[in-house]
Design a protein around this ligand. Structure first.
Ligand code: DC
Length: 233
């Protein structure tokens, strides 16, 4: 545990409850770009929860775990040696002290990660770790179930989306070939913690917006809520 950032020795202060900004949404809706920009603008810590699922998928491949066997995947959770690390205001998961930053982005890992993410024991493990991230202070956390399952209590919930055509165009521009319709189907039809618009979430369909406009809108909404919270406290 890191020392509390909000208290100074000899001074009794109320520990400020960390703010959690939940940014969920479909693939290629601009979650990562916008979450990173919002975190930087507010000086909050950025958490990419997809990267955590990818780390488990990568590790299962390394360990030659049968990824079609949910029990075998759940077994990994009992033994793997992980740590949540915060560096440069971003949180990531290490395994045996190693951060597989590039390996988790390969097509081999991308192919396996939906199988791993569908296992209920994995989602429970991830929830615990993701909630622990508040030890790193105020957060911008991006994912699929942050507003609905991980931090349902937060007042800052956003759901980013864009048309399938526009999202496909964005992926192509990045040189990535991906069946987004299939990805949407898997994300929304998963039995445990499917992708959904959580209650109270602000939906931003950015099909006709630039990413800068999306960031500006997110920041405007967040700052208005933060100001309102301040004036109510
Ligand atoms: O955002 P991403 O493409 O890096 O996510 C990788 C995979 O993990 C994708 O299949 C969706 C899944 N995921 C999830 O189920 N829940 C999250 N909170 C984040 C990602």
């Amino acid at each position: 545990m890191q020392p509390c950032r909000y208290s100074r020795p000899g001074i009794i202060t109320m520990k400020k409850k960390p703010v959690v900004i939940a940014i969920d949404g479909t693939s290629a809706s601009g979650k990562s770009t916008n979450s990173k920009r919002v975190a930087a603008a507010l000086d909050y810590t950025y958490v990419d929860t997809g990267a955590m699922y990818r780390t488990l998928a990568w590790y299962c491949i390394q360990q030659k775990v049968d990824v079609d066997d949910p029990k075998a995947i759940a077994e990994v959770l009992k033994h793997w040696k992980t740590k949540l690390v915060c560096a440069n205001k971003a949180v990531y998961l290490t395994v045996d002290g190693y951060h597989p930053a590039t390996e988790i982005r390969t097509s081999a890992t991308s192919a396996v990660v939906p199988k791993v993410a569908a296992v209920p024991a994995v989602r429970a493990w991830m929830k615990k770790r993701q909630r622990e991230c508040v030890e790193f202070g105020d957060l911008v956390m991006e994912g699929r179930d942050i507003g609905s399952a991980i931090f349902p209590e937060t007042e800052f919930k956003f759901y980013l989306d864009a048309s399938l055509d526009e999202r496909s165009r964005r992926r192509e521009a990045d040189g990535v070939i991906e069946n987004l319709a299939e990805r949407d189907r898997r994300d929304t039809q998963r039995a445990t913690s499917p992708l959904m618009i959580s209650l109270g979430a602000t939906v931003i369909n950015n099909s006709k917006m630039t990413s800068e406009e999306t960031t500006a809108l997110l920041l405007k909404e967040i700052r208005a809520k933060l100001d309102k919270q301040k004036s109510n406290s």
